[in-house]
Design a protein around this ligand. Structure first.
Ligand code: ADP
Ligand code: MG
Length: 627
């Protein structure tokens, strides 16, 4: 007799229900949404069949922001209301964003915690809100195409995005009601789209030349985990620069007439169209209608174009060279993945192939490859592949730690640790009777707090008064799969606890990360010496404090005047030394003073034992003995 399967109460006896999962490439220039259908990833087009949504929002109409091509069309007329390349401002303070804003003619305001905001004729908008408007369109598109609620989304971010930049991206998704399963690094997504994660291991270079930025990343795949070995690039180099170079050249061909801003924009658009056609054709006619009163056309050959952009392509290779050096590889690159619309330019492909000494992967549309990889990851995370054991992990770009005494940094999660991660470390109080602890969270590779980036401050209160060093405070750092940090501190005797989720005020650019890393290498020796000095000062200072309170309590009773002086004289000497920089002198004197006060310490110990015994009744002593 056959056995019948009976479902558990509340569980569907139907086969595995497919969930709706999407991947979103929230790009600087263009954004896309993709999903996995019938086992393969595909981009979801809009109702007109267009896949790419320009990452542009126009706020001229307060009731209805326009997003995408419609907004782009209004850019010339309403430049301050039409926000482009907003990704550059995500999670950044207005002070470090000013340069970018000047280039793009935005009017900036300063919001909460110094975060940047844009002034439009419909009021102020934050980069998070603008990104949310872009995500809203993609979300709607997915709802309409997939016919129901979306169960989860994976959104991609550049590998160099730091905590605040990632948090800002997540906030934008939350604003439109998208459930973010995970943020994924763009180069990792591209590698996944090519199925490179199925290999046992390998080193992958991802070359991403988009509209306004160039990113190079070196990833290492090991046991299903992609580790970012190094990132580099140029935040002001992309397809727009190729357009500009061509536009300049065309103007020269026409005798360098001066153009009105509207005519110049026409020329740029014509140059861009010509550039894109030159990827497939060997010569094109660049249309001058709207540029010159006489109209007409200029013939551009691929050869002309290639000689114009040669220096720009070279610059990307320079960044590749630096990135390879930073990655400190002991073996060669196994694969090169091409990402971004500008990698369609044949010269770019040839230059990359020559530089890495192997042909790059170009079979998947370079505009789509990131969104496709994100969709594959979303499909797995939402549980559509029961056999999907792939759980891609990323790493944190800079070490995380806390400030300890003397302005030193104690690293708790070192850089390049795979996330999610949870690390705990115990700390203690440094003063007698201390009931609160100020915890300062920092990010960076240097030894001194002043050389690292401050992320947050918080306080743990309610520590019972104890002698210095007796309290046990456990500080736990948790970084979730999206790279978001939660820090909690717990006093283990009373169990009092506080925690903070890091939503710091602004982010770092990739250049800043690189600079911070380089600084940590070039200051290694200096940092070590500074650390030794700070540690030695701290030891000296703690000894002084301890002796001061001990002398006040028992100095008169337990020491002769001569003995007291043998301690107080070097104490004064040490106090003076602590003002200076002489690590060795501080160490020597601290050790000597420590030895000199040993007798005093043991007399105090005897005294406290005697007192403890004296305080007990004979009965109590008997009880003690009985037990
Ligand atoms: P982002 O990642 O910055 O959002 P994309 O990857 O969408 O940017 O790349 C946009 C850039 O790609 C634009 O400069 C566009 O002109 C360029 N591009 C698109 N198609 C082609 C093509 N066929 N040939 C050359 N460049 C192209
Ligand atoms: Mg891109």
């Amino acid at each position: 007799m056959a056995l019948l399967n009976i479902a558990e109460p509340g569980q569907s006896p139907l086969p595995h229900q497919i969930k709706r999962a999407i991947g979103i490439d929230l790009g600087t220039t263009n954004s896309l949404v993709a999903t996995v259908r019938a086992g393969s990833a595909a981009i979801l087009p809009d109702e007109k069949g267009v896949m790419m949504l320009p990452s542009v929002v126009n706020y001229t109409d307060a009731q209805m922001p326009r997003v995408g091509a419609g907004a782009l069309a209004l850019a010339a007329q309403h430049p301050a209301d039409t926000l482009m390349s907003v990704k550059r401002f995500m999670g950044r303070g207005s002070r470090d964003a000013i340069g970018d804003a000047q280039r793009s003619h935005y009017r900036l305001a300063e919001g909460e915690e110094g975060l940047v905001r844009f002034m439009t004729s419909s009021g102020e908008r934050s980069p998070v809100e603008v990104s949310a408007d872009i995500l809203r369109v993609l979300h709607k598109r997915a709802l309409a195409t997939l016919g129901g609620e979306i169960d989860g989304a994976v959104i991609t971010v550049p590998a160099y995005f730091d905590e605040p930049q990632r948090q800002a991206t997540k906030d934008a998704a939350t604003l439109v009601g998208l459930r973010v399963l995970r943020l994924m690094n763009e180069p990792t997504a591209a590698a996944v789209a090519y199925g490179l994660d199925s290999a046992e291991q390998g080193v992958i270079a991802v070359y991403d030349l988009g509209g306004g930025t160039f990113d190079i990343s070196i990833l290492r795949l090991h046991k299903g985990v992609f580790e970012v070995l190094a990132t580099g690039g140029d935040t002001a180099l992309g397809g727009d620069d190729l357009d500009a170079a061509l536009a300049e050249w065309v103007l020269q061909q026409c005798g360098s007439p001066s153009l009105a801003p509207g005519q110049y924009r026409q020329l740029q658009a014509a140059a861009r169209a010509a550039k894109e056609r030159l990827s497939d054709e060997v010569a094109v006619d660049l249309d001058l209608t709207g540029v010159l009163p006489s109209g007409g056309a200029v013939r551009v050959t691929r050869e002309d174009f290639e000689s114009l952009i040669q220096p720009l392509v070279k610059r990307t290779l320079g960044a590749c060279r630096r990135c390879l050096r930073d990655a400190e590889l002991d073996a060669g690159i196994d694969n090169i993945v091409m990402v971004g619309g500008s990698t369609r330019v044949p010269l770019v492909r040839e230059a990359v192939a020559e530089f890495f000494q192997r042909p790059p992967l170009v079979d998947i549309d370079p505009d789509q490859v990131v969104a496709l990889g994100a969709a594959i990851q979303a499909d797995i995370l939402v549980g559509n592949r029961p056999d999907g054991d792939l759980l891609l992990l990323d790493v944190i770009p800079l070490s995380l730690g806390i400030e300890t005494m003397g302005g030193l940094v104690e690293k708790i999660v070192p850089r390049n640790t795979t996330i999610p991660v949870s690390r705990a470390q115990e700390f203690t109080t440094y003063k007698d009777g201390q009931t609160a602890l100020a915890i300062h969270i920092v990010q960076g590779e240097r030894e001194m707090v002043s050389d690292c980036r401050s992320l947050a401050h918080f306080e743990l209160r309610g520590i019972p008064p104890m002698v210095a060093g007796a309290a046990r405070i456990k500080v736990t750092f948790q970084v979730d799969a999206d790279g978001l940090l939660n820090v909690s501190a717990c006093e283990e005797i009373t169990g009092s606890q506080t925690s903070v989720t890091i939503k710091p005020s602004f982010g770092l650019t990739d250049d800043e990360i690189t600079t911070m890393l380089q600084a940590s290498f070039s200051h290694a020796v200096e940092d070590k010496l500074a650390r030794q000095l700070a540690e030695q000062r701290l030891a000296g200072w703690q000894l002084l404090e301890g002796l001061k309170s001990a002398l006040a309590a028992d100095g008169e009773a337990l020491l002769s005047e001569e003995d007291r002086e043998a301690i107080t004289v070097p104490m004064t000497e040490l106090r003076a030394l602590l003002e200076g920089q002489d690590t060795d002198a501080i160490r020597t004197l601290t050790e000597r003073l420590g030895r000199q006060s040993e007798t005093f310490a043991s007399r105090r110990m005897d005294k406290s034992i005697r007192e403890a015994l004296a305080g007990m009744s004979l009965d109590a002593l008997d009880d003690e003995v009985m037990q």
